[in-house]
Design a protein around this ligand. Sequence first.
Ligand SMILES: Cc1cc2nc3c(=O)[nH]c(=O)nc-3n(C[C@H](O)[C@H](O)[C@H](O)COP(=O)(O)OP(=O)(O)OC[C@H]3O[C@@H](n4cnc5c(N)ncnc54)[C@H](O)[C@@H]3O)c2cc1C
Length: 526
Amino acid sequence: MIAYIEPYFLDNDAEAVSSAVTSSAISTDGFSESLDDIQGEILCGGAAADIAARDFGGMNCVKPLAVVRPVGPEDIAGAVRAALRSDRLTVAARGNGHSINGQAMAEGGLVVDMSSTAENHFEVGFSSDGGDAAFVDVSGGAIWENVLKRCVSEYGLAPRSWTDYLGLTVGGTLSNAGVSGQAFRYGPQTSNVTELDVVTGNGDVVTCSEVENSELFFSVLGGLGQFGIITRARVLLQPAPDMVRWIRVVYAEFDDFTRDAEWLVSQKDESSSFDYVEGFVFVNGDDPVNGWPTVPLHPDHYFDPTRLPQSSGSVLYCLELGLHYRDSDSNSTVDKRVERLIGRLKFNEGLRFEVDLSYVDFLLRVKRSEEIAKEIGTWETPHPWLNLFVSKRDIGEFNRTVFKELVKNGVNGPMLVYPLLRSRWDERTSVEVPEGEIFYIVALLRFVPPCAKASSVEKMVAQNQEIVHWCVKNGIDFKLYLPHYKSQEEWIRHFGNRWSRFVDRKAMFDPMAILSPGQKIFNRSP
Ligand SMILES: Cc1cc2nc3c(=O)[nH]c(=O)nc-3n(C[C@H](O)[C@H](O)[C@H](O)COP(=O)(O)OP(=O)(O)OC[C@H]3O[C@@H](n4cnc5c(N)ncnc54)[C@H](O)[C@@H]3O)c2cc1C
């Protein structure tokens, strides 16, 4: 054990110590003895803050008591049991810290840095029930990019459902949902796992699935880290295609855009649609960050605004599509498949862009944006992002008020909007989505220039709040995705008639409210 808990007491403020551990640390019933069992590293003070005091959102700074870098589930269970023995200590799993609002933080508590376990599992197998469904067992702390690269290069297989950006952890996205342009077909990532190993808030290490400890399995999926820490996930795989034809087409009218997008995601026969369907809103102007230049896929492409109808409004819409194919498919075969599918879409003639790239490069397409953001300094600045699910019933109203008015000048980053199918989401999980079969994900991914004043970030946060308040006031059927609320009333509204199920699950799997305090749903029981 390398548990340097003592230096913490020397170089941290006394207030944090007294609020979190004093009584338990000096008690005889075992806080320090429990930590003695931990095989991995324990970091305190500045070293702990460096790892866990901030997140991608960059708007919160919360100091933990210590960061535990576990060797495996027993260490995580040890940290949870240590917290149970104290009267105030909490435990937060930290995936890659890509939350926006401090969800993976634990003020004065223990943060479990899941990256130390990232390589603990990687095993491909096939279901034993006579089917040939392939799966991979991966660590909760594994980064999706690494899962992709190993699955494809070693087995020619790949998970079916993704996020746009792959620098996220398996446990982190499964605690939310995990959504991208494949979700209309396969559901979110939470619909594509069949078994989990979980350390519960009771300190138990439990294997769960649809048939074994099923209540825990469904609680944890989309459970915002409230019921257990995922240490292993069994993720369904499919044969990886070699290539993707990546296409963007532009619409001046929202109704045309939604009609086509909904038609594509509703096709029952896979060959009647694309393999990837997303969309975004952009500003009708030449602004390089928010406007026409954000649409072309290649430096040789030119966005010709004369192709837009006179009636075009303040914003335009882009449908983004992907078609998988094999190296062995001839160009003409791929072209024919694309033309057959695209032929019925009502986008603006002349505003179509496409490139071919390898499947892995396609899935890693956001990495280039990350590199650029790092070069210009906007990866490190705050990210006051807003993610919502909005019902099909209300998306037209949302477009008129939010896209065409409130954010008509852009958000200095992508504004995603595309449809998903509720029937691909499992109601037994803890994720909340709107009513009705079709709903839209909306993501306002705001970037802040390095020289911006703090007040401009505050304005963006205020605009997010204005949008949420407008939705509530106008009876919009919506749910926050990657939700963030400050009061329990708001959480109760978020969960609606499933709040009591969420509370019951908490009582079962984390009765002392040890886990993921940064979500601010429950208070730690003394
Ligand atoms: C650039 C970027 C792009 C993104 N793109 C998408 C996208 O396309 N689609 C999408 O769905 N989301 C997207 N997200 C959001 C992403 O899903 C969330 O940030 C998510 O929280 C995963 O990040 P993480 O692995 O760093 O988890 P963290 O932020 O570290 O943790 C998130 C929550 O999960 C808990 N947690 C972490 N690990 C575990 C675990 N092993 N077991 C149980 N609980 C755990 C934490 O305590 C916390 O409450 C994006 C985020 C960023 C920053």
